[in-house]
Design a protein around this ligand. Structure first.
Ligand code: MLT
Length: 407
């Protein structure tokens, strides 16, 4: 008899965004005449930057000719993209990250899921609450979390992010080994200062822990004093792995390209207490399990770093940030407390009600889809998240309908 991995049975219901998509589909089937505006999942809506489209076309033409055709590429990514990333995202900001510390992949979701394979299953994991569900679920699947009791996994150290701490969690009171942080934050849209992030890096150094820093929303930072990368913080290269994505800045959610930085100095320990660098482990995993991102897509990602590409990406993110400003203004005017939307495309709203009830009310009365905060964890109960990814016109219409529905 073949046994299953019973850790999968500990997972809660279905994946949040699939669950929401099913509810919305059921609503639309029942109300085919209703027009629904989606401000739920953080999926971009505008076309790719023109430079990326041109780079894609050119690369596809190269693939059509024997002389310029490419088969399997390097699993870690082509040098042209790794070098452009290291130069523009790090070295230009005074951060010493080299091209061979960059691993190109097909998504930050996959990388933040897969990275935990490098670590033992008996470690202590600290996960924010509320949180992007992928960090938690992949640790459940791996068997690190224990059972689910009263809305929480028993072996996880939860880092509560609430209004009291301005949605930036405090250091854990107990020793932990692996720490997930995401700033600008999904789902709350909160940000962390350099001084606050320094505390985490110092903690990780003292405790021989590793920080997994998800910076997928870095392109939405407008306050120049905020860190864009954890490697702007002293000592971070020894204790942090960073995840970035082309999904939200350049609109690659359907095109798929991201990268992970594993500095050569970053290490954890074997059972004998010897320091083991993580770079060769991740490299080994990547080569075994992944065959690289397609050549045309990597050329499109490279184009993001051209002068025109930088301007076009800025225009795209500015567009969504204008939506975020409108949501902040309109929802704030209705008397709700909110955070986010200033350096992030997400606005986190205290709905002063059960968050799934609020979700249902907005869908039924306004035809607007949001994400219920409870889907991101216990501390998300009472909140909803509104995403700024849609057209300005749709966001305006959604705000008008919400105003009318709540009047
Ligand atoms: C979100 O809505 O939280 C994100 O779009 C999910 C993702 O990037 O996978």
């Amino acid at each position: 008899m073949l046994s299953i991995n019973e850790n999968f049975l500990k997972l809660q219901a279905s994946y949040l965004f699939s669950d929401i998509a099913k509810r919305v589909a059921a609503f639309q089937a029942k109300n085919p005449q209703r027009d629904v505006i989606k401000l739920g999942i953080g999926d971009v809506t505008r076309g790719l930057p023109q430079v990326c489209v041109s780079a894609l076309h050119k690369a596809v033409d190269e693939m059509a000719e024997d002389a310029t055709f490419r088969g399997y590429g390097p699993e870690q990514g082509y040098d042209f993209l790794r070098e452009a990333i290291a130069r523009n995202d790090f070295q230009a900001r005074g951060v010493d990250i080299c091209a061979d510390e960059v691993f190109v992949s097909d998504g930050a979701k996959c990388d933040t899921s897969n990275i935990q394979e490098l670590f033992s299953t008996d470690i202590k994991v600290a996960i924010p609450d509320p949180v992007y569900p992928v960090y938690l679920d992949t640790n459940v699947m791996a068997g690190r979390t224990g059972g689910f009791v009263d809305g929480r996994y028993q072996s996880v150290v939860y880092l509560d992010s609430t209004q009291k701490n301005n949605f930036v969690p405090a250091l854990p009171a107990e020793d932990v080994d692996l720490i997930y942080l995401c700033f600008p934050n999904n789902p709350t849209g909160s940000t962390i200062t350099k001084d606050e992030l320094q505390l985490w890096v110092d903690y990780a150094k003292q405790n021989k822990a590793i920080i997994l820093f998800d910076a997928a929303y870095e392109a939405f930072i407008r306050d120049d004093s905020l860190p864009r990368s954890i490697y702007e913080i002293d000592g971070a290269k020894d204790v942090a792995i960073e995840f970035r994505s082309f999904s939200k800045n350049a609109g690659f959610t359907g095109t798929r390209c991201a990268y992970t930085v594993v500095p050569k100095d970053c290490a954890a320990y074997d059972s004998g207490g010897a320091r083991q660098a993580l770079h060769p482990l991740w490299n080994r995993r990547h080569c075994t399990k992944f065959n690289g991102v397609s050549y045309p897509v990597q050329r499109a990602a490279e184009a993001v770093y051209s002068d025109a590409g930088k301007a076009q990406v800025r225009e795209l993110t500015d567009y969504y940030m204008r939506n975020a400003e409108l949501v902040r203004k309109e929802i704030g005017a209705l008397g709700y407390d909110l955070v986010g939307g200033e350096n992030s495309p997400y606005i986190w709203i205290d709905g002063k009600a059960n968050s799934w009830d609020f979700f249902d009310m907005l869908l039924n009365r306004a035809g607007v889809v949001c994400t219920p905060g409870a889907g991101f964890g216990k501390c998300g109960e009472g909140y909803i998240r509104i995403s700024a990814f849609n057209s300005y016109e749709n966001v305006e219409r959604a705000m008008r309908r919400i105003r009318e529905a709540l009047a």
